[in-house]
Design a protein around this ligand. Structure first.
Ligand SMILES: NC(=O)c1ccc[n+]([C@@H]2O[C@H](COP(=O)([O-])OP(=O)(O)OC[C@H]3O[C@@H](n4cnc5c(N)ncnc54)[C@H](O)[C@@H]3O)[C@@H](O)[C@H]2O)c1
Ligand SMILES: CC(C)[C@H](C(=O)O)[C@@H](O)C(=O)O
Ligand SMILES: [Mg+2]
Length: 372
């Protein structure tokens, strides 16, 4: 298969982890006889520095022309510490999502059995956890009217949703639940927010077309408790933009590190793959960032294009790194291998073998289905 892939490293550890992912994709191409081409694009603080814009037109054009986008991370301390900055790295990512209509953000939280003892939570609580969050990515508080009074003493961010925005991701989440364990949990704040009540009405109506899927609703504050107390109860979680952002990072605690959590953002045409974590500026250039979240995003990319054997080969190589304890120091109580070393090990262990499937059957990470 020929795939044109845009590579947007961004800031902080973004380029460092992405380098490992490109290495792995090159190994997949060589092993399985594909032709992947990679083109770099500027985004985030790095792009502001060079062009004044966090998403230069050239980058947007590159992404539109590509089959898929691999994204690192954006964000820098100089902006995090300056609430007055009008041009910000994050605007680059948000604009990219909007321009490419990437309305669904899919983030699987799957505990690898071998890492279960390394989670900060008790092993018997988290072992077997396997849920996926469908986060609406283009609406809500993120994308509606923002106001700041002239004297700077009053600010507001409007939270707005339309039925159409809710139903397109709801269908996607119901279909995913139908393929999985047939349970969908809508997370909202319907006891307080009008937007959440709209979500409940729309999702409940859509649920009637998916009778095999059990739908239940949970308030976001309770969901925050349940994810830590009993994460195995979840199969597919569907939620709005802001709640999804927060719940995802919380899900990473179950896994043991945010450095292990991948994501796919998909829409009507384009698809972007990125780790859930940010630019972790404190680690920039130190060769300590965990590349696994980014490499697992590569597995999601391959899965998206129906390259299941290839995706399994990537996951199998990652599992091998876990078995040999070749992991970065964020994986609790583990060795302290560097980003590059872990990336090299995974790339070198990408092989075309029937054993890949056996390893993944045990872990049921991917399964033979596309993610949308
Ligand atoms: N998608 C994105 O690009 C994205 C996502 C979140 C935050 N951000 C941006 O990143 C910057 C830093 O934000 P933050 O500190 O809140 O979040 P962050 O995800 O960058 O880091 C939070 C903590 O997670 C851990 N961590 C993150 N990535 C890791 C990795 N690969 N390996 C090991 N540990 C890892 C570290 O302990 C770190 O202190 C901000 O500018 C923010 O806006 C960008
Ligand atoms: C950087 C920021 C705009 C982004 C978000 O809030 O969506 C990030 O936190 C994420 O989870 O991808
Ligand atoms: Mg986030």
């Amino acid at each position: 298969m020929h795939l044109k892939i845009a590579v947007l490293g961004g800031d902080g550890i973004g380029p460092e982890v992405l380098k490992q992912s490109v290495k792995c994709l090159q190994a997949v191409a060589e092993t399985f006889g594909h032709n992947f081409t990679f083109t770099d694009g500027l985004v985030g603080a790095a792009a502001i520095k060079k062009t004044g814009s966090p998403l230069p037109d050239a980058t947007l054009e590159l992404c539109k022309k590509s089959d898929a986008i691999l994204f690192g991370a954006i964000g820098a301390l100089e902006y995090d510490n300056d609430p007055n900055a009008r041009v910000r790295p994050e605007q680059g990512l948000l604009k990219l999502r909007k321009e490419l209509d990437l309305f669904a953000n899919i983030r699987p939280v799957k505990v690898f059995p071998i890492l279960a003892p390394k989670s900060p939570l008790k092993e018997h609580i988290i072992k077997g956890t396997d849920f996926v969050i469908y986060r609406e990515l283009l609406g809500g508080i993120y994308f509606n009217e923002k106001k700041l009074s002239e004297d700077g003493t009053k600010a507001s961010d409007l939270c707005e949703y339309t039925e159409g925005e809710i139903s397109r991701i709801a269908h996607m989440a119901f279909k995913a639940a139908k393929r999985r364990r047939k349970k969908l949990t809508l997370v909202d704040k319907a006891n307080v927010l009008e937007t959440s009540r709209l979500w409940r009405r729309v999702v409940t109506n859509i649920g009637e077309s998916y009778p095999e899927v059990e739908l239940n609703c949970l308030f976001i504050d309770n969901a925050a408790i349940q994810i830590i107390l009993d994460p195995r109860q979840f199969d597919v979680i569907l939620t709005e933009n802001m709640f999804g952002d927060i719940l995802n990072d919380q899900g990473s605690v179950v896994l043991g590190s945010i450095g292990l959590l991948p994501s796919a953002s998909v829409g009507t045409k384009n698809a972007m793959f990125e780790p859930v974590h940010g630019s972790y500026p404190q680690a920039k250039g130190k060769n300590i960032a965990n590349p696994v979240a980014s490499i697992l995003s590569v597995a999601m990319l391959l899965q998206h294009f129906g390259l299941f054997e290839e995706a399994n080969a990537v996951v199998a190589a990652i599992l091998k790194s876990f078995q040999k304890n070749i992991v970065t120091s964020d994986v609790m109580g583990s060795s302290k291998y560097g980003t590059n070393y872990v990336g090299d090990f995974i790339a070198e262990n990408i092989v075309d073998s029937d054993d890949n499937l056996t390893m993944n059957d045990e872990n049921i990470w991917l399964g033979k289905s596309t993610i949308i």
